[in-house]
Design a binder for this molecule. Structure first.
Ligand SMILES: [Zn+2]
Length: 415
C-alpha cells in the first residue's frame, strides 16, 4: 500500500525518511528538523509576549510509579521490566509529571516548555505524524496559575496557538468543550480543518482537573498546553501544489533557492546581503534550460517558496513564485526587502487558500451555529462546545441577544 500524498511530499522534501519505514516511528531528516525548530521558535516568541519560558527536555525514561500515581494505569504505555540500576521505569509517556515537579521545586510562576518525544503503544493504523508510537516533537507548556488567574492565562495561550497556526497559514478556532473533563476542568481545543473538510484538533489547552492537580501534589491551578508534529503534517496536507510541499516562509527551511550558472562576485555580494538580512537562502548550479528546470523542480520539491534564477541569459534575473506557478523577469537583483515582499505575497496566497478551505468546510459541514441555550436544546443540536472568545451574539432561531457561537459535531469527539 502506498503512503498518503502528504507523507510522500514530506519524504520528497527530505523532512522524514522514506521506506523502509518502522511502524509508528517516523525518522526525521535535516530539513524537517529545521522546520520543527522554526515552528518552536515561533511558539516561544509568541509565549514571550507575556512570560519568557524555559525550554527543557526530560529524559527518555521516566518513573513508572510517579506516572501511575497521577494517571493510574494506562494500557498504552511501555513499562520496562529490566533496566539495570533503574527499577520501575517506563519509556516517557508524558511530560507533565516531570514539568510540574520542576515548577513546584523552584516555586516558579513563569512557564516551562518541554520539547521531546513520548512513546505510546498505538495499535492499528499509524499515519505518520498523526498517530505515532514515538511522537515527536511533543511541545508541552506548563505553568502554575495564581488564584483566579487560570482562565485569563488559558485565553492568552488560546490566542498564542491560533496565532502560531496562522503564522504557518492554517486558520483555526478555539472550542471550549465539556469533553475530557477527567483531564481538564477547563478544556480548549484548537480546531483546524483538513483538505477533506473535516475538523481536526491541532492543540489542547487545559486547566488541569482538580483530581490530577492534587495527584501531582499541586495547590495552584496548572495550565497544560500541548501540540505535536501533527501541525506540520497538517501544513503538508493543506499547503501542497503539483510540485510538492509548499510551505510558508515562516517554517520553510530554505526560503529562497537561487539557481546560478556559475560563481561570480555579483551573485556572491548579493547572497551575502540576503544572508545578512536574515533570509534563509541556498544556491545550486545549473546550466541549460533542462538543468534549470530540474533545479527549479528540486527547490519546489524541498518546500522552497521562492526560486530566483540568475544569468539565464547574461545578467538576467528570473523570479519564480508558486501557488500558482509564475515566472517573471526582474530588471535587477532584488533587495532583501523585495525578497521579503515576494515571500509575504507567497505566504498570503497559501493562507488565503487555506482560509477559503476552512470557511467552506465550516459552511458545508454546518459546524458553527449561533444560538441561545434554550434554542440549542429545542433544536436538539449536537453541541460539542462553545467558540472562544465568546461574545454574546444574536440567536439565529429566536433572535434573542444571549446567543453563543456553538461548535456542532454530530460524530461527537474528533481528533
Ligand atoms: Zn434562541
Amino acid at each position: 500500500m502506498s503512503a498518503p500524498p502528504y507523507v510522500r511530499a514530506l519524504e520528497a522534501a527530505e523532512f522524514i525518511m522514506g521506506p523502509p519505514s518502522i511502524k509508528g516511528i517516523p525518522l526525521w531528516r535535516g530539513a524537517g528538523l529545521r522546520a520543527v525548530r522554526l515552528l518552536i521558535e515561533g511558539f516561544l516568541t509568541l509565549v514571550a509576549q507575556r512570560d519568557e519560558a524555559e525550554v527543557v527536555e526530560h529524559g527518555f525514561l521516566a518513573s513508572a510509579e510517579a506516572n501511575r500515581q497521577v494517571f493510574g494505569s494506562y494500557a498504552n504505555v511501555y513499562e520496562l521490566v529490566v533496566v539495570p540500576g533503574k527499577p520501575g521505569m517506563q519509556f516517557r509517556s508524558d511530560n507533565i509529571v516531570s514539568s510540574v515537579g520542576l515548577l513546584r521545586r523552584e516555586g516558579r510562576r513563569t512557564p516551562v516548555v518541554s520539547v521531546g518525544s513520548i512513546l505510546r503503544d498505538s495499535p492499528g493504523k499509524t499515519p505518520p505524524l498523526f498517530r505515532d508510537r514515538n511522537i515527536w516533537p511533543v511541545v508541552e507548556l506548563n505553568q502554575l496559575a495564581d488564584e483566579g488567574e487560570a482562565s485569563a492565562l488559558l485565553d492568552f495561550y488560546a490566542t498564542v496557538l491560533e496565532d502560531l497556526l496562522w503564522s504557518i497559514g492554517i486558520p483555526s478556532i478555539t472550542v471550549k468543550t465539556p469533553e475530557l473533563a477527567s483531564y481538564g476542568k477547563t478544556t480548549y481545543l484548537t480546531v483546524a480543518v483538513l483538505p477533506n473538510k473535516r475538523p481536526t484538533v491541532l492543540a489542547t489547552l487545559y486547566v488541569l482537573a482538580d483530581e490530577l492537580r492534587l495527584a501531582l501534589g499541586e495547590r495552584h491551578d496548572v495550565i497544560d498546553v500541548g501540540f505535536t508534529g501533527k501541525l506540520l503534517a497538517t501544513a503538508a496536507m493543506v499547503h501542497a501544489d503539483v510540485r510538492g510541499l509548499a510551505l510558508p516562509s515562516t517554517i520553510a527551511p530554505v526560503q529562497v533557492g537561487v539557481t546560478l550558472a556559475e560563481r561570480g562576485d555579483r551573485a556572491e555580494r548579493w547572497l551575502a546581503e540576503l544572508h545578512g538580512a536574515g533570509l534563509r537562502c541556498e544556491t545550486a548550479f545549473a546550466s541549460g534550460s533542462g538543468g534549470r528546470a530540474r533545479a527549479e523542480r528540486s527547490w519546489h520539491r524541498r518546500s522552497v517558496p521562492l526560486v530566483i534564477g540568475l544569468d539565464r541569459t547574461t545578467g538576467s534575473v528570473t523570479v519564480c513564485t508558486r501557488s500558482p506557478l509564475h515566472r517573471a523577469e526582474l530588471p535587477d537583483l532584488p533587495s532583501p526587502q523585495q525578497v521579503r515582499d515576494l515571500l509575504a505575497g507567497s505566504d498570503a496566497r497559501l493562507a488565503g487558500t487555506a482560509k477559503r478551505l476552512f470557511d467552506a468546510a465550516m459552511d458545508e459541514g454546518e459546524y458553527l451555529r449561533s444560538m441561545c441555550e434554550p434554542c440549542a436544546e429545542a433544536a436538539d443540536l449536537a453541541v460539542f462546545g462553545v467558540v472562544v472568545p465568546s461574545p454574546r451574539v444574536r440567536c439565529e432561531r429566536c433572535g434573542d441577544s444571549k446567543g453563543q457561537r456553538l461548535f456542532i459535531s454530530d460524530e461527537g469527539r474528533f481528533y
